[in-house]
Design a protein around this ligand. Structure first.
Ligand code: FAD
Ligand code: DHB
Length: 393
């Protein structure tokens, strides 16, 4: 087998890159270790930035997004139960976000890949990368049902997430990593009940953070901050609803419709960046290169921003032979990645309860949130980051 770009991983980064390159006439093969239904059924992100919604439009993947996506012009913040709204559209000159689950995005990407003849290898075991920095062309190997497979290519795009193999192909003396691990996690549930309101509520409460989100007018997504030693079984539905309503406060809590949850899981929070995002003929994109805590809803959108820049760079290379774009990829992507890392870290810091927090730190948090409530400048800064910073081209 031969192709121009071998894409490792069929998550959002890999599949958006595959569609972008295919549309530009560049040949790709996507190699994924799981099954389609596994990837499609992972419950993850829910909020799309304008660049992500626009990209789905540009790729002709937005039929369901336009029909079912919920466009939000604002978000709410709650401080000890007092709720105030930030008008994202007014603060940014008209930008919005769209609530549309990652699972739906994946479904649309896979359906269109089938229709357009983009080849995806599912169930690839033992994926390995070879000759990434030699005169020879890179080679990807794997086994499929016990049979050895081999793909020759010009470039490899490592879109295989935080636990993938691509990042570790970069030699230890080249790779630099930067990390923060937070002393708490998010316990999330899905329930088929109407959401608490038509926009999200991010709540800072003395007991910890809570988030009211949604997937549709009939499906709610809620999160509460929990400790890292807790298990989903420690939180039967009634206990979850009681704690959620307490943290959202009287007004937010009263708007919550309770019902049986059908998904309940805990995710740890982490900030992580690997540099550089290119080594030889290997490029990293998405979670393979960076992780943000979920507070700013940046993970999926950051993967999209990376692959827009990478697809441009590779397309220029294959059409003109110029390496300017691929040489600049790592620096361009990282310039935006670090700003999203900063925002996600900051938003986490002002909304969560830290175990070592004393009265002074708590009052600084309260002052910061009250500053946001009363200052148009502070609201503008939050809003422009939340809807997504411009791409670095
Ligand atoms: P991934 O989605 O991780 O995709 C990588 C793909 O590569 C996977 O399909 C994987 O199976 C495949 N793969 C891995 N190793 C190999 C290999 N060796 N060979 C071949 N294929 C391989 N973001 C938000 O904005 N909001 C949220 O609420 C949110 N919740 C999250 C909850 C969880 C539990 C997790 C893990 C992430 C969450 N995120 C959230 C982050 C967001 O989902 C990710 O940032 C996004 O999926 C990144 O896309 P990606 O394509 O880079 O990586
Ligand atoms: C969702 C997740 C987030 O991390 C966030 O900031 C907003 C919404 C969600 O899953 O709906």
């Amino acid at each position: 087998l031969r192709t121009q770009v071998a894409i490792i991983g069929a998550g959002p980064a890999g599949m958006f890159l595959a569609h972008l390159l295919h549309a530009a006439g560049v040949a790709v093969v996507v190699i994924e270790q799981r099954t389609r239904s596994y990837v499609e059924n992972r419950v993850r992100a829910g909020v799309l930035e304008q660049i992500t919604a626009d990209l789905m439009g540009r790729l002709g993947l937005d039929r369901r997004l336009r029909a079912e996506g919920l466009v939000h012009e604002g978000i709410n913040l709650a401080l000890d139960g007092d709720i105030f709204r930030i008008d994202l559209a007014a603060a940014t000159g008209g930008s919005t976000v769209t609530v549309y689950g990652q699972q739906e995005v994946m479904k649309d990407l896979f359906d269109a890949a089938d229709a357009r003849g983009i080849s995806i290898v599912w169930n690839a075991e033992g994926v390995a990368l070879h000759d990434l920095e030699s005169e020879r062309r890179p080679v990807v190997t794997w086994t499929l049902g016990g049979v050895a497979q081999r793909l020759e290519c010009s470039f490899v795009a490592g879109c295989d997430g935080y636990h993938g193999v691509s990042r570790s192909a970069i030699p230890a003396d080249v790779l630099r990593t930067y990390e923060r691990v937070y002393p708490f996690g998010w316990l999330g549930i899905l329930a088929d009940v109407p959401p608490a309101g038509h926009e999200l509520i991010y709540a800072n409460h003395a007991h910890g953070f809570a988030l009211a989100s949604m997937r549709s007018p009939t499906r709610s997504r809620y999160y509460i901050q929990c400790t890292l030693d807790e298990k989903p079984e420690d939180w039967p539905d009634e206990r979850f609803w009681d704690e959620l309503c307490l943290r959202l406060g009287p007004q937010g809590g009263a708007a919550v419709t309770r019902g049986p949850s059908f998904e309940k899981s805990i995710a740890p929070l982490r900030s992580f960046v690997a540099e550089p995002m290119r080594w030889g003929r290997l490029f990293l994109a998405g979670d393979a290169a960076h992780i943000v805590p979920p507070t700013g809803a940046k993970g999926l959108n950051l993967a999209v921003a990376d692959v827009i820049v990478l697809a441009d760079a590779l397309t220029v290379f294959f059409t003109s032979g110029s390496t300017a774009g691929i040489d600049a990829y790592s620096a361009r992507a990282l310039a935006r990645v670090w700003k999203a890392e900063r925002f996600s870290w900051w938003y986490t810091s002002v909304t969560h309860r830290f175990p070592d927090m004393d009265g002074f730190s708590r009052r600084l948090q309260m002052a910061e949130l009250d500053y946001i409530r009363t200052s148009p400048a502070a609201q503008r800064s939050l809003a422009e980051n939340y809807v997504g910073l411009p791409l670095v081209r």
